[in-house]
Design a protein around this ligand. Sequence first.
Ligand SMILES: [Fe+2]
Ligand SMILES: [Fe+2]
Length: 191
Amino acid sequence: MDIELIKIRLREMMSKERFDHSINASQVARKLALKYNYHDVNKAEVAGLLHDCAKDLDYSTLEKMIVKYNIKTDEIIRKIPKLLHPLVGAAMAEKEFNIQDPAILKAIRSHSTGTSQMSLLDKIIYLSDKIEPLRNNDGVEETRKIAEFSLDKAVLKVLDSGLLYLISKGSLIHPVTIEARNDILSKVVFA
Ligand SMILES: [Fe+2]
Ligand SMILES: [Fe+2]
C-alpha cells in the first residue's frame, strides 16, 4: 500500500496524538535507516507508521482480533494487555494494509518487548518509537544523543530503563525482553 494511503487510513483509525506519534516515529525510522545503512528506507518508514496501528483499539476489540486473525499469544502476554497491540498491529498491517514483508511485520510485532536476535529494522523501529520528538520521558535526550553514534547502545539503554521501570512497578517482564538485552549487551560489551 502507498505511504500516503496508509497515512489517510491511519488518521481515520487513531487519535490525533497517536497519529502524530506514528508520523514522528516513521520519520525518525527513515533517518535511522539512512544513518545505519538499512537497505530500504521506505520499508523503515512504513514500519514506523504502522507500528501502533492497533494501539487505540479497546481490549475487547483486541481480543476479537486475536481470534479473527488466529494470533498466537502466551501466558505473559495474556497477563499484560498492553502487549497485545504489537501482535494485533502486525496482523492488521498484513491483512488490512496488505503489508506482506515479513521484516516489517516482525519489527511491528517486537516494538514493545524487543525480541531475541533483533534485526537492524527491529532495532530501528524499537528505537524510533521511544525517541521520536514527542517523547519527553527522563533520559530520552541522552538516548537521542547515543542514537547519533550507536544504534545498539541506544537500544540497550532503552531496554535497560524499560526493565528498571517494570521492576520498580512490580510488573511482569516478558522473557524476550531479557533475551533482547542479553543479545545486545553481548554485542556491545562482551564482543
Ligand atoms: Fe506501541
Ligand atoms: Fe508507539
